[in-house]
Design a protein around this ligand. Structure first.
Ligand SMILES: C[S@@+](CC[C@H](N)C(=O)[O-])C[C@H]1O[C@@H](n2cnc3c(N)ncnc32)[C@H](O)[C@@H]1O
Length: 268
């Protein structure tokens, strides 16, 4: 069997579905990427054309979820953009008026490295009943991996040595070459599937929201919708982190004060 080729019309339909579902604009340069990421599914179902796969995606919700999982880009690592974690550790936690619990939402958490990085700091600085972290992502596979908390050993290098010593367990046997996040953090954490285009109104309120390295995938209108939606869940006076490589230039940020590059505070 020759390798199926993704035709332009088929690509446009995938673009449309992915935009509707995830809000992500796959530009025309992504055609080969889409072709190669979805090829696995064609081989799995023994389909000879992408049209056959499209038909399945259109009638089968589980396959649509699988398609979204395959098309999202989930690159992440521990303590990515260290300045945010230093700000959290040195400026935010020590001065924050702790009411009941310090609550963080890692929105678009991928496999959870961002959420666990923050958890190691909070657990070091606060009592167990004083913090909570929720990680969400549209991709159900990464959420499953985040719940497990098992990572390749090479990822551990980004974790500061004193935290590595306290929270990372070296894998043995079938987990040789991996490390596991210490289970002591798990009771304070939750990972859930969640679409930033459709945040439940009862999702709760947070003191700090990470929304990093995901806005780049959206157009301005979607960025506005996502930031507005996320802001509904930030407490007045709460903080909001985007990536250093992103900006909010083209959208309305009324009610948000820029503290420094990529760090914002909700007024009130
Ligand atoms: C590049 S990763 C960023 C991970 C982490 N925030 C970081 O900065 O390392 C982007 C994540 O956004 C997720 N994502 C994309 N569109 C989304 C949407 N509409 N709702 C929720 N998550 C989404 C992807 O599945 C992916 O895991």
């Amino acid at each position: 069997m020759s390798i199926p080729i993704l035709e332009d019309a088929e690509f446009r339909t995938f673009q449309k579905i992915f935009f509707q579902e995830a809000g992500i604009d796959l530009n025309d340069k992504k055609k080969l990427l889409v072709q190669s990421r979805l090829l696995k599914q064609l081989l799995k179902y023994k389909f000879e054309t992408y049209t056959e796969y499209l038909r399945l995606v259109q009638i089968n919700q589980l396959e649509k979820v699988e398609m979204i999982n395959l098309l999202t880009t989930n690159e992440t690592y521990f303590f990515r953009e260290m300045e945010h974690f230093e700000f959290l550790q040195k400026e935010l936690i020590p001065t924050y008026p702790i009411h009941t619990k310090f609550r963080i939402w890692s929105a678009a958490t991928s496999v959870g490295a961002e959420a666990y990085s923050a958890a190691m700091l909070l657990d070091t600085m606060l009592d167990k009943n004083k913090w909570e972290i929720i990680g969400t992502d549209i991709n159900s596979d990464v959420i499953q991996k985040a719940r497990v908390g098992l990572y390749p050993e090479s990822w551990v290098e980004k974790i500061p040595a004193y935290l590595r010593k306290n929270y990372c367990l070296k894998g043995k046997g079938i987990n040789e070459g991996k490390f596991l996040i210490d289970r002591c953090l798990i009771p304070n954490m939750r990972f859930e599937e969640g679409n930033l285009l459709n945040i439940p109104s009862d999702f709760g309120q947070f003191d700090l929201i990470f929304l990093r390295n995901v806005l780049i995938y959206f157009n301005d209108a979607t960025r506005q919708k996502v930031v507005d939606g996320v802001m509904d869940h930030l407490l007045p006076g709460g903080y909001f982190f985007i990536s250093h490589t992103e900006n909010l230039n083209m959208i309305n940020t009324n009610g948000l004060e820029r503290i420094k590059t990529s760090i914002y505070r909700k007024q009130g």
